[in-house]
Ligand binder design. Structure first.
Ligand SMILES: Nc1ncnc2c1ncn2[C@@H]1O[C@H](COP(=O)(O)OP(=O)(O)OP(=O)(O)O)[C@@H](O)[C@H]1O
Length: 194
């Protein structure tokens, strides 16, 4: 397995309906050669579901199995991960966590347009109001790699993608020798860690 990656791994996360997949579609066009992982699709294609949650009408992902399949791919770097869950990935493999936010009226319209049940819309609206996804990211990664971006309009999306592309360019300039994929211990004091 790769000891170092020479391109960053970027998570695009946020409450369902906030614009992850749309943003990633645009981002993929800008970041040439990046591999895109929509984790819902990846889990299905790689038989990583462990059960089905009838109440929430959604599959439950076997996170251990998911990571077994995903880690070798993330160790190659240059990945875009699209999922509303962000706190399952090893910190040592993640370079940027983009938390997309969306105002409630927009989110309601988007989820309603999808035909979501009222209960599922309410659950997601509550999560967005409470900032659940952002909190997961802040609890799981160094604060300086977590970026919160508003995604209410198409202009927002274009601007968000431009910011991520600019960040990626800077990352490459700052990490010409790549970064380690290996765990560096609690304090990361090994000069190899960056
Ligand atoms: N910045 C934006 N401005 C306007 N519309 C947007 C924006 N982002 C997403 N949308 C629209 O909102 C809807 C949901 O977007 P999208 O599917 O990308 O969300 P998502 O976060 O990937 O949802 P899920 O997690 O359920 O897959 C789509 O109809 C999309 O066109």
């Amino acid at each position: 397995m790769e000891l170092r990656r020479f391109g960053p791994n970027i998570i695009v996360t946020g409450t369902p309906g906030c614009g992850k997949s749309s943003t990633c579609e645009l981002l993929k066009d800008e970041l040439k050669g990046y591999k895109y992982y929509n984790i819902s699709d990846f889990a299905k294609d790689n038989d990583c579901f462990e059960a089905y949650d009838e109440a929430r009408k959604s599959h439950i992902v076997d996170e251990d199995k998911l990571l077994d399949k995903l880690e070798p791919l993330l160790r190659q770097g240059n990945s875009i991960i699209d999922w509303h869950v962000n706190d399952v990935f090893p910190e040592r493999l993640i370079d940027l966590v983009v938390v997309l936010r969306c105002d409630n009226s927009n989110l309601y319209s988007r989820l309603h347009a999808r035909g979501y049940h009222d209960s599922k819309i309410e659950e997601n609206l509550d999560a967005e109001i409470m900032g659940v996804v952002k909190q997961d990211a802040v609890d799981s990664y160094e604060p300086h790699i977590v970026v919160e971006l508003q995604g209410d309009t198409k202009e927002d999306m274009v601007s968000n993608v431009a910011r991520i592309v600019a960040w990626e360019k800077m990352w490459l300039e700052q990490h010409s020798d790549g970064v380690t994929n290996e765990y560096q211990g609690p304090h990361g004091d090994d000069e190899e860690s960056e």
